[in-house]
Ligand binder design. Structure first.
Ligand SMILES: NC(=O)c1ccc[n+]([C@@H]2O[C@H](COP(=O)([O-])OP(=O)(O)OC[C@H]3O[C@@H](n4cnc5c(N)ncnc54)[C@H](OP(=O)(O)O)[C@@H]3O)[C@@H](O)[C@H]2O)c1
Length: 241
């Protein structure tokens, strides 16, 4: 039986991934930091194994890995989004928190879980389509996800000789508790189930890049071709005074 470990499995995209991987017959290890949410998840999917740890705490991640058997897929999905209310003064606590949760955590998980990967396995790293263009108030979130882009693509070069694939996953807006907090328009928002389906399909195909929804991604790609000076003027004109 194929096996997968999913971080951030207690909510949103991760939770939807647990449903799809379970339905497809995978042996699923679902991880999160909230015991109550994990036991609820286990109630819905009795066959899964649940593991509790905070992805931003290296020791907790390393300890958890001792309880994990060999894996065919590893999906590093846990993350959080915090927008910066102001940039001057700059909130370096927020910046550190977001970088720790979204970027350093992936380093801890790679250290802990890569030794558990079977040959020909696949790692999925959940970044974001936010990295196509710089958006207002996204300094911390965008920087953390841009870091993941580089990490994932660079890893995929060095892991090729070990037959381990890396999929860089860049969702557009997905309806989850993370985006429920947003007060701005979120064009082309898809459901968590849609996102999980796209990620599952891409992971099975060992795709280097998993991006969705296509129309929205193409629109961002087009905008990213604008000279930065022009995009900056447009973005400044939209910033609420
Ligand atoms: N939703 C979108 O539009 C969107 C778009 C692009 C990328 N993404 C990325 O997709 C991933 C999943 O996001 P989502 O929208 O599904 O959000 P979500 O519903 O808030 O789920 C985030 C998951 O990550 C877990 N998590 C957060 N910090 C953690 C920590 N320190 N240790 C362990 N687990 C932690 C959460 O656990 P708790 O339940 O305990 O908080 C939760 O299970 C994130 O990396 C996000 O950046 C989302």
């Amino acid at each position: 039986m194929n096996s997968v470990l999913i971080t951030g499995a207690t909510s949103g995209i991760g939770k939807a991934l647990v449903s799809i991987y379970t339905a497809k017959g995978f042996e699923v290890t679902a991880t999160g930091r909230d015991l109550l949410k994990l036991s609820e998840l286990k109630k819905h999917h009795p066959s899964i194994k649940v593991l509790s740890f905070d992805v931003s705490q290296q020791k907790q991640v390393l300890d958890a890995a001792e309880e994990v058997s060999m894996l065919d897929q590893l999906i590093l999905n846990a993350g959080n989004c915090e927008y910066m209310e102001t940039v001057n003064p700059f909130d370096s606590d927020l910046f550190e928190r977001v970088i720790r949760t979204n970027l350093l955590s992936v380093g801890y998980c790679l250290e802990a879980f890569m030794p558990k990967l079977n040959p020909h396995s696949q790692i999925g790293i959940v970044s974001s389509s936010v990295t196509y263009i710089p958006f207002t108030q996204s300094q911390a979130y965008g920087a953390s996800k841009a870091g993941l882009n580089y990490l994932a693509q660079s890893l995929s070069i060095d892991l090729a000789s070990q037959n381990i694939g890396v999929s860089l996953i860049q969702p557009g807006f997905v309806e989850t508790p993370l985006t429920d907090k947003n007060t701005f328009d979120m064009p082309a928002k898809v459901t968590a189930e849609y996102a999980a389906k796209a990620i599952f399909k891409g992971m099975q195909a060992k795709a280097l890049s998993i991006k969705f929804p296509t129309l929205f991604i193409n629109m961002l790609r087009l905008m990213s071709w604008l000279p930065f000076g022009l995009w900056r003027k447009i973005a400044i004109s939209k910033v609420k005074k």
